[in-house]
Design a protein around this ligand. Sequence first.
Ligand SMILES: [Zn+2]
Ligand SMILES: [Zn+2]
Length: 281
Amino acid sequence: MIIDSHTHTAYSKHATGSVDDVVRAAIAVGVSVLTITDHAPFVIDSVNRLLESELDAYLDDICRARNKYAGHIKILAGLEMDYMLGARRHAESLLSTLDLDFVVGSVHYLPIDGQRVNVWDLTRLNEAAVLEQFFLSLEESVCSGLFDAIGHPDSLLRSVPVSRWRELFIPLAPLFQRYDVSYELNASGPRKSSWDSSMKCEFNGRWSYPCRETLPELLSSGATFTVGSDAHTPADVGAGLNDMLDELVPIGLNCICYYEGRQRIEVAVGKPRQLSVQASA
Ligand SMILES: [Zn+2]
Ligand SMILES: [Zn+2]
């Protein structure tokens, strides 16, 4: 049983494949619970996300696929929403109009001195102002009450050393349980490049995130976890999820979850994985 709670379609504009293509790819690789989480409309641009005018068609496509493939796969409707400091009102008003299963909030953009730094601008991520802004945004997104989970909260590890990361992240770890927000274990890390600051170059093939080194603190604080491939093409749906669990179960991960109607459904993981499913409050 594979659960994939973070996937994109062509509605995100920088991703490919229709909803139907993504669902068929998910069935082909054995995904049994699929949540489609295209990038929600946001002020920053209109070329990397859904437009407000497309939301009805997006949700209709998901609904059609849910009916068409009933009995083969559970299909859930989600959004990945951007979070920037002070952007709460935008997210709030959008969410109040939509009937979704799952909302993952992600920090992608950091306003620094009138410029915008993106979390994929690897050469800038170790700057003090960038780290400060990122952790303020992360904290505010967890405490906002808007999201079911926080997407790739540790993706800065593509550039930031783990020791520095731990220092800054550990004080925030208990907030996930306190504000009832899941921590996303995003399996796209091994598919992404990393930055070697001593060689000043980008390289591939390293596991950067999800962070293995902060899992013990998250587990002991009672955090819950979603899992997602963050696929931007049908070929990547489900990618890396089993390998990720193979890595994290031996170091203590024993339960993951997904959301249906914004309610958390917990699934035990272990050997054999994902044995039982039960709803939780
Ligand atoms: Zn993202
Ligand atoms: Zn994403």
